[in-house]
Ligand binder design. Structure first.
Ligand code: FES
Length: 112
Protein backbone atom coordinates (compact mmCIF):
# COMPACT_ATOMS: atom_id res chain seq x y z
CA UNK A 1 0.00 0.00 0.00
CA UNK A 2 1.28 3.47 -0.78
CA UNK A 3 2.40 5.57 2.15
CA UNK A 4 1.34 9.18 2.51
CA UNK A 5 3.65 11.38 4.46
CA UNK A 6 1.95 14.48 5.80
CA UNK A 7 4.08 17.44 6.65
CA UNK A 8 3.43 19.04 10.04
CA UNK A 9 0.40 21.30 10.21
CA UNK A 10 -0.28 23.22 13.42
CA UNK A 11 -3.91 22.24 13.59
CA UNK A 12 -4.31 18.86 11.92
CA UNK A 13 -1.08 17.05 12.71
CA UNK A 14 1.48 19.15 14.57
CA UNK A 15 4.10 16.40 14.44
CA UNK A 16 3.45 15.41 10.87
CA UNK A 17 2.29 11.88 10.13
CA UNK A 18 2.78 8.83 7.95
CA UNK A 19 -0.25 6.85 6.95
CA UNK A 20 -0.99 4.21 4.38
CA UNK A 21 -4.08 3.62 2.33
CA UNK A 22 -4.98 1.32 -0.53
CA UNK A 23 -4.53 2.49 -4.12
CA UNK A 24 -7.83 3.85 -5.39
CA UNK A 25 -8.53 5.81 -2.21
CA UNK A 26 -8.75 9.58 -2.41
CA UNK A 27 -6.15 11.46 -0.43
CA UNK A 28 -8.96 13.14 1.53
CA UNK A 29 -10.49 9.81 2.55
CA UNK A 30 -7.10 8.47 3.54
CA UNK A 31 -6.47 11.48 5.77
CA UNK A 32 -9.89 11.31 7.41
CA UNK A 33 -9.59 7.55 7.96
CA UNK A 34 -6.43 8.27 9.89
CA UNK A 35 -7.93 10.98 12.05
CA UNK A 36 -6.33 13.85 10.21
CA UNK A 37 -9.46 15.89 10.00
CA UNK A 38 -8.84 18.03 6.98
CA UNK A 39 -11.79 20.22 6.06
CA UNK A 40 -14.09 18.83 3.39
CA UNK A 41 -16.95 21.28 3.41
CA UNK A 42 -18.76 19.95 0.34
CA UNK A 43 -18.49 16.34 1.45
CA UNK A 44 -16.03 15.46 -1.29
CA UNK A 45 -18.33 16.44 -4.11
CA UNK A 46 -15.81 18.78 -5.77
CA UNK A 47 -17.72 21.92 -4.95
CA UNK A 48 -15.48 23.69 -2.45
CA UNK A 49 -11.75 24.10 -2.05
CA UNK A 50 -11.39 23.38 1.64
CA UNK A 51 -9.74 20.00 1.04
CA UNK A 52 -6.86 21.60 -0.88
CA UNK A 53 -3.46 19.98 -0.42
CA UNK A 54 -0.08 20.51 -2.05
CA UNK A 55 1.55 17.32 -3.24
CA UNK A 56 5.26 17.69 -2.58
CA UNK A 57 6.20 14.25 -3.85
CA UNK A 58 4.45 11.77 -6.07
CA UNK A 59 2.24 14.33 -7.83
CA UNK A 60 2.61 12.64 -11.19
CA UNK A 61 1.41 9.30 -9.88
CA UNK A 62 -2.05 10.74 -9.19
CA UNK A 63 -4.93 10.81 -11.64
CA UNK A 64 -5.05 14.03 -13.61
CA UNK A 65 -7.09 16.96 -12.32
CA UNK A 66 -10.03 17.70 -14.59
CA UNK A 67 -11.14 21.14 -15.65
CA UNK A 68 -13.66 21.63 -12.87
CA UNK A 69 -11.07 20.79 -10.27
CA UNK A 70 -8.62 23.22 -11.86
CA UNK A 71 -11.26 25.96 -11.86
CA UNK A 72 -11.99 25.41 -8.19
CA UNK A 73 -8.32 25.30 -7.32
CA UNK A 74 -7.92 28.76 -8.80
CA UNK A 75 -9.88 29.97 -5.80
CA UNK A 76 -7.92 28.04 -3.19
CA UNK A 77 -5.76 29.83 -0.65
CA UNK A 78 -2.05 29.37 -1.33
CA UNK A 79 -2.37 27.74 -4.74
CA UNK A 80 0.79 26.07 -6.08
CA UNK A 81 1.51 24.18 -9.29
CA UNK A 82 1.26 20.90 -7.36
CA UNK A 83 -2.01 21.76 -5.67
CA UNK A 84 -4.86 19.27 -5.72
CA UNK A 85 -8.28 18.94 -4.19
CA UNK A 86 -7.56 15.99 -1.96
CA UNK A 87 -11.02 14.51 -2.46
CA UNK A 88 -10.30 14.28 -6.20
CA UNK A 89 -6.71 13.05 -5.99
CA UNK A 90 -6.71 9.27 -6.17
CA UNK A 91 -3.79 7.26 -4.85
CA UNK A 92 -1.90 4.99 -7.20
CA UNK A 93 0.87 2.68 -5.99
CA UNK A 94 3.42 5.39 -5.39
CA UNK A 95 4.14 7.02 -2.04
CA UNK A 96 3.18 10.67 -1.60
CA UNK A 97 4.30 13.59 0.47
CA UNK A 98 1.50 16.00 1.12
CA UNK A 99 1.33 19.42 2.69
CA UNK A 100 -1.90 20.80 4.07
CA UNK A 101 -1.88 24.55 3.44
CA UNK A 102 -1.93 26.78 6.46
CA UNK A 103 -5.33 28.20 5.62
CA UNK A 104 -8.35 27.08 3.71
CA UNK A 105 -10.77 29.43 2.04
CA UNK A 106 -13.02 29.18 5.10
CA UNK A 107 -10.22 30.23 7.43
CA UNK A 108 -9.27 33.06 5.12
CA UNK A 109 -12.81 34.37 5.23
CA UNK A 110 -13.00 34.16 8.99
CA UNK A 111 -9.68 35.83 9.63
CA UNK A 112 -9.44 38.58 7.03
S1 FES B 1 -14.23 18.39 -0.12
FE1 FES B 1 -15.04 19.98 -1.31
S2 FES B 1 -13.84 19.88 -3.10
FE2 FES B 1 -12.99 18.34 -1.85
Amino acid sequence: MPIIKILPHAEYCPEGAEISAPAGTSVCEALLDNKINIEHACDMSRACTTCHVIVRQGYNSLNEADEEEEDLLDRAWGLEPQSRLSCQAILAQENLTVEIPKYSLNHAKENH
